[in-house]
Design a protein. Structure first.
Length: 486
């Protein structure tokens, strides 16, 4: 369904005019795309049966009727129109009716913006019709992967024959509200996904993720994250049910996302949910989806080993993650550390977080073996950090015994992110230590030092000024490695 701000705006305009025995209704709408008919919009209306008046029939039973008018306009030109009467079931008794009266209408409309107006009146009441208007937009693009809107569903059943309620073989009874009271145990929703085959190619793989999250913290809810590996086709249907019985009162978002095999976000869609569930305490509810028995992080049962693995993530971590890594890891429980490791890689590769970790771990073993010093692990050194951040270099030129020069290395990458022919110059002032310091690089964001050549040959220079940039013309110099490190 459309945004909560749109839906609630219409609802409040209808209901605010109602008195104790006046018409009460909930309205929502959703847009979809049909390969045969093109784009269309569905309207969902629920009537509170206890808010309308009933007339007694000739046989002593009762019946209510609501007149509804729906209009879609563009610049005062009517694009679609329907006027009809929604009749209630014939009732034996009008006291305590608990089943909402539901109406669904469908309009095939070209893409564009429309002024949507609804007029609704109780035919057995003298009150004036309630009228509300809202701008709606129907937009589906051939050159992008796209979700339909999200249709909230009250309940469903296997379809016996095709009708206006039928989608994917089921009759879906709409739930035109974003409010879920305590007695509403399930959140059922339906949506469609378009253009994956056209844009990704036939039989291409992608990831579909949908979940509930806190509207305040944006943290996913435990046990409410679903991930499906999909293959492309013209139209995908998403039909799912979340059990809300253990979710406490609060505001939430239902989120759907699509990622390609390179972990790039291709499309997303969201809906607002308000939950009232006073019997469940917020403190009893955990806002992080994690099952240590079903992912690779749960395999680490030795806390000391896990702490070392997490420390090795520092070279590629963002600022907030570095704060965690450099903090007191011993103060966290084993499960908290497992969670951190898992989500660190799930954020970077939602399709294959374990494989991403294994690839990095292999490099971590390499740098700890090659660059470890007496006081530092390999990942704590400059060479270790660059190796872990950019991968193994395409070429390395080493000069450890050049007269009058400190030992140095020149690393070359054919290409790093947003930069080609990337160079890194490392040197060591300590002829014995294996800790080489990054002195200069041409990569944006890395250290730059225009005097790097001069500094490398400092050992052989008796006199120099701050303006000296190039090294002396020393016998046997290998500084040409910077231009050609082969």
């Amino acid at each position: 369904m459309k945004k909560a701000t749109v839906i609630l705006g219409i609802l409040m305009m209808i209901i605010s005019q109602a008195s104790a025995k006046s018409l009460q209704a909930h309205l929502a709408y959703a847009t979809f795309y049909s390969p045969e008919e093109g784009p269309y919009i569905e309207t969902y209306l629920s009537i509170n049966p206890n808010s309308i008046r009933y007339e007694e029939t000739v046989d002593g039973k009762f019946k209510g009727a609501v007149e509804i008018t729906l209009i879609f306009k563009q610049e005062e030109k009517v694009s679609a129109f329907d006027k009809y009467v929604l009749n209630s079931p014939v009732l034996e008794d009008t006291s305590g009716i608990d089943q909402q009266f539901i109406d669904l209408q469908r309009f095939v409309l070209p893409e564009g913006k429309y002024d949507f107006t609804i007029s609704i009146s109780d035919q057995n009441s003298s009150q004036k019709p309630y009228i509300a208007s809202e701008e709606v937009e129907i937009k589906f693009q051939d050159n992008s992967i796209q979700f339909s809107d999200i249709q909230m569903v009250d309940h469903y059943k296997k379809s016996e024959h095709q009708n206006i309620l039928t989608k994917s073989g089921y009759d879906l009874i709409p739930y035109p509200s974003s409010f879920y009271p305590e007695n509403k145990k399930d959140l059922i929703f339906y949506s469609e996904l378009y253009n994956t085959e056209k844009l990704l190619g036939k039989d291409s793989r992608f990831l579909l993720k949908f979940y509930l999250r806190s509207a305040n913290t944006h943290q996913p809810l435990k046990d409410y994250v679903k991930i499906r590996r999909m293959e492309s086709k013209p139209v995908h249907t998403i039909f799912h049910k979340f059990d809300l019985s253990e979710i406490p009162s609060g505001n939430y978002n239902l989120i759907m996302e699509v990622y390609d095999e390179k972990n790039r976000l291709l499309a997303n869609k969201g809906a607002y949910i308000q939950r009232s569930n006073p019997s469940i305490s917020t403190q009893q509810f955990e806002l992080t989806a994690f099952d240590k028995n079903s992912n690779f992080a749960g395999e680490y049962s030795d806390k000391e080993v896990l702490m070392e693995k997490i420390s090795g993530l520092a070279p590629i971590a963002d600022k907030s993650e570095v704060v965690f890594i450099n903090g007191d890891l011993k103060s966290y429980t084993l499960e908290e550390l497992q969670k951190f490791l898992y989500y660190f890689w799930a954020e970077r590769n939602k399709l294959e977080p374990e494989q991403a970790w294994k690839n990095y771990e292999k490099n971590l073993v390499t740098v700890n073996s090659e660059f470890k010093t007496m006081v530092k692990e390999g990942y704590e050194t400059d060479r270790g950090r660059v190796f872990l951040q950019y991968g193994a270099p395409n070429a390395i030129a080493r000069s450890y015994n050049e007269p009058k020069a400190y030992p140095f290395e020149v690393w070359q990458y054919y290409e790093t992110e947003n930069h080609r022919d990337s160079k890194f110059v490392f040197y060591s002032r300590d002829m014995v230590n294996n800790d080489f310091e990054l002195l200069h690089s041409n990569v944006p964001g890395e250290v730059k030092n225009r005097k790097w050549q001069f500094i490398i040959f400092e050992r052989g220079i008796k006199d120099g000024t701050v303006d000296d940039v190039n090294a002396i013309d020393a016998w046997g110099s290998k500084l040409e490695y910077y231009e050609n490190p082969y």
